[in-house]
Design a protein around this ligand. Structure first.
Ligand code: ADP
Length: 803
């Protein structure tokens, strides 16, 4: 095509464009539908395929007139034309050069225009370089910001050197309105075009930036909303799965409130809150959270901040002790003294009260009375059988089911931080411990240390200094030494029959009647019968068994009343007693006790109080063996050896042959094998029984003895004289042989017992034998109960010596 021809104007079919402005260099697909336009394209196709593209000024116009078209457009070549079924055409156009309209002419059915080419040969324009550079940078930004732009667009642009062409290449990408585009098209000066385009592009970029920010925000907002919705949804599912979480959250909240409210010391509160946080973080059903939950349960259930107000009114205390107990004058006095000191010294750092005595003598009930008198809560902790330190201090919190120690549990049950806590049977604890409960207990009982008692489970220092501890034991000597040192021992040795009767009438009977729903008038139980019950159905220092037997009578009475009506009276008499209680378990010993050879009455001190033990010795032909039977401990066996050695070394003075033992075996037996017996105090009784058996001289009936024996025949003092003398009294023995060194203990013995019996104080075994053995050899009685040991009938050297 010859460009020079265009100077005079070229006539080309006109294709009006409704809503676009095409720039030179563009290749655009256009849908041609209007009949005049279709004709124009057809006309072009018939010729050299050239068209003049002109934008409409009013886009809505269906059939624009020459004045309604811009008079500057571009020449285009039809690259392709496809006819569509509705007679429309789809054409692909390549825009070539700018043209200005000179005139319009109306060919038959399409529009034609004579126009002038404005194609300029662009000079190299180094002066424009900064401007084009800026334009390119703006375009680069535009491509980056505009998601619809392919990155290659920038690459293509950057390879174009001429500013005008560059502008034409970039302009179509801008989202400008038709008039603005047209204006750019009409800006013929490349420099101006670049400048105008740059301005437009900058605005465009700003808009894009803004849009992007907005989108970011919106997206974020949407994302956040979605995220939350998603999480909520997930949480709901988890909650449903576990059916739990909601409760847990509530629980945690409640626990927090409780912790805040409780009057805990700072350290404990911090610990509790820390554990709570740990619990919240852990899986609701996990082992960890279970462990923490029960820990908090324990910790929060301690009686934080709760203290009862002490009443230290001695008159009132005396009254209450009197109300609750018959007798026990001495212990009551000691208790009152203790309280008096407490009253004077605000915080008593002194010893702990320890009640020592057999079961059923009122130790627990005395402690309970003290609590009542002082207006404190009472809690009993049984230490019997405790052998592990962990029972006192608790287990470390490492597994499910670990627990605090008994003290903390006791405190929890008591419901105040200053209760009276009775540590029951501390002697039983020490007997078979493996860990060291005693040392833990030492800490508890030491006023210097117990304001910060550490329980392994709680892992916190707990102040026990406000607690009034009272301990009990059956046997003083079984309490571990260091513990005993901290205690003020108050002995309750046991009761005499009369005291028991008083207790039974004043305390046990009313209590039992009430427990069995009986009226006093419905059970007739007089003093004589009670005495019979005590003598023949019980043999004890305390009143436990008595209470049990009386309970049996109450049950019988209850049945009687139910059978016979409320008016009925259940009368217990000496005669019908055995109908209710069965055959008497203990017959009165006096009748039984006759003079015997080789049998002596020893006195033992056991956990159940004092006891009369009969010690039997039998001789048999043999080679001098010593046989011991009857559940004897080591100490007792040694006592037996010592007794035998003494007898052997005094064979001559006893009238025995020097080598009597070489031909005989000696069997020492202590009946009632079930009760373990130990302790040295049966020494003189064993020596007496031995001497009796060997000499054939009977032991006087009605004599009981206690004392340790040395090899030299000296008699050493023993413990538990009070209990032993009571036991002898119960058994109807009136002569007691006791070590001289125990004289001081005589004052402690109940008046009744002292008056009733004769006490012989001895310091050597010779004195014992003198008192206990009959002067003459016994002669066997036919049908009588005196048994002559088998060895006596045996003729041998030994018997000769007795002759
Ligand atoms: P312990 O603790 O010494 O084994 P308890 O204190 O349990 O004995 O006493 C057993 C029962 O005997 C209780 O019912 C108690 O009330 C009663 N009891 C013991 N001694 C007396 C007493 N002196 N006066 C009134 N009741 C007593």
């Amino acid at each position: 095509m010859n460009k020079n021809e265009t100077i005079n104007g070229d006539t080309l079919p006109v294709l009006p464009l409704r809503d676009m402005v095409v720039f030179p260099g563009m290749v655009v697909p256009v849908l041609v539908g209007r009949p005049r336009s279709v004709r124009a394209v057809e006309e072009a196709m018939r010729g050299d395929r050239r068209l003049l593209l002109l934008a409409q000024k009013a886009q809505g116009k269906e059939d624009p007139q020459p004045g309604e078209l811009y008079d500057l457009g571009v020449e285009a070549e039809v690259l392709q034309s496809v006819r569509l079924p509705d007679n429309a055409l789809r054409v692909l156009l390549e825009a070539k050069e700018r043209r200005r309209v000179l005139s319009f002419s109306k060919a038959s059915s399409w529009m034609e225009s004579k126009s002038l080419s404005l194609a300029l040969t662009e000079p190299a324009a180094p002066a424009l370089e900064p401007a084009t550079g800026a334009l390119l940078r703006l375009f680069e930004e535009f491509v980056r910001l505009n998601p619809r732009m392919a990155p290659e667009a920038y690459q293509n642009a950057s390879s174009v050197a001429e500013p005008g062409r560059l502008a034409d290449l970039i302009a179509p990408h801008l989202s400008l309105k038709v008039p603005e585009r047209q204006k750019l098209l009409e800006t013929l000066d490349p420099a101006q075009r670049v400048a105008a385009l740059s301005a437009a592009l900058a605005t465009e970029n700003q808009l894009l930036n803004l849009q992007r920010q907005l989108q970011g925000k919106v997206r974020k907002r949407i994302e956040k909303g979605q995220r939350e919705a998603f999480l909520h949804e997930q949480m709901k599912t988890i909650q449903q799965e576990l059916g739990q979480r909601g409760e847990d959250l509530n629980e945690a909240r409640e626990l927090r409130q409780r912790i805040e409210k409780l009057a805990m010391p700072k350290e404990a509160k911090e610990k509790a809150l820390k554990e709570l946080t740990r619990m919240e973080r852990s899986q609701p059903m996990s082992a960890e959270s279970t462990v923490i939950r029960s820990y908090l349960d324990v910790l929060l259930s301690l009686p934080w901040g709760k203290h009862t107000k002490d009443r230290l009114d001695l008159k009132n205390a005396a009254k209450i002790l009197e109300e609750d107990h018959a007798g026990l004058e001495k212990p009551k006095g000691r208790v009152l003294e203790h309280l008096a000191v407490r009253k004077l010294v605000d915080q008593l750092k002194g010893p702990i009260l320890c009640f020592v005595g057999p079961p059923g003598v009122g130790k627990t009930s005395l402690a309970r009375s003290i609590a009542r008198a002082m207006g404190r809560k009472f809690e009993r902790i049984s230490l019997g059988g405790v052998r592990d330190e962990a029972e006192i201090r608790g287990h470390r919190r490492t597994y499910i089911g670990s627990m605090p120690g008994r003290l903390i549990q006791g405190l929890r049950r008591a419901g105040s931080f200053n209760p009276v806590i009775l540590l029951d049977e501390i002697d039983k604890m020490s007997t078979d411990f493996r860990g060291d409960p005693a040392s833990a207990l030492l800490e508890v009982l030491d006023p210097e240390q117990n304001n910060a008692f550490s329980d392994h489970y709680l892992d916190l220092a707990i102040d026990l200094s406000q607690v009034l501890f009272i301990t009990t034991a059956n046997l003083l000597y079984e309490i571990p030494g260091p513990l005993r040192d901290r205690m003020e021992v108050i002995e309750l040795p046991g009761y005499l029959d009369d005291e028991k009767i008083a207790i039974a009438q004043r305390f046990l009977l009313p209590k039992l009647l009430k427990a069995h729903g009986l009226k006093a008038s419905q059970l007739d139980l007089d003093e004589g019968v009670l005495r019979q019950v005590i003598r023949e159905y019980t043999r004890e220092a305390g009143v436990r068994e008595l209470e049990r037997q009386m309970a049996t009578l109450c049950r019988k009475a209850a049945k009687h009343v139910v059978d016979k009506g409320a008016k009925a009276v259940f009368k217990v008499t000496l005669e019908n007693l055995s109908v209710s209680l069965g055959i008497p378990k203990f017959q009165k010993d006096e009748t039984e006790r006759e003079e015997q050879v080789g049998v002596a009455n020893g006195l033992a001190w056991t956990g159940a109080g004092g006891e009369v033990l009969s010690i039997e010795v039998t001789l048999m032909p043999g080679k001098g063996a010593l046989v011991l039977t009857g559940t004897l401990g080591d100490v007792m066996k040694e006592s037996a050896q010592a007794a035998l050695s003494w007898v052997r070394s005094h064979a001559a003075s006893l009238g025995l042959s020097k080598d009597f033992y070489t031909r005989q075996d000696i069997h020492i037996h202590l009946p009632e094998g079930a009760t373990p017996k130990d302790g040295p105090s049966a020494g003189i009784a064993m020596a007496t029984a031995l001497a009796s058996a060997l000499t054939g001289r009977a032991v006087k009936r009605d004599v009981a003895m206690t004392g340790e024996i040395t090899l030299r025949g000296n008699v050493l003092p023993i413990g538990g004289l009070k209990e032993k003398s009571l036991a002898a009294h119960r058994s109807g023995i009136h002569t007691l042989i006791i070590p001289r060194k125990n004289r001081k203990d005589l004052d402690e013995i109940a008046e009744t017992v002292r008056k009733d019996a004769k006490f012989h104080l001895v310091s050597s075994i010779e004195q014992v034998l003198e008192l206990a053995l009959e002067k003459k050899k016994a002669t066997p009685k036919k049908g009588g109960r005196v048994e002559v040991p088998a060895a006596l009938k045996w003729t041998g050297d030994a018997t000769q010596a007795w002759a």
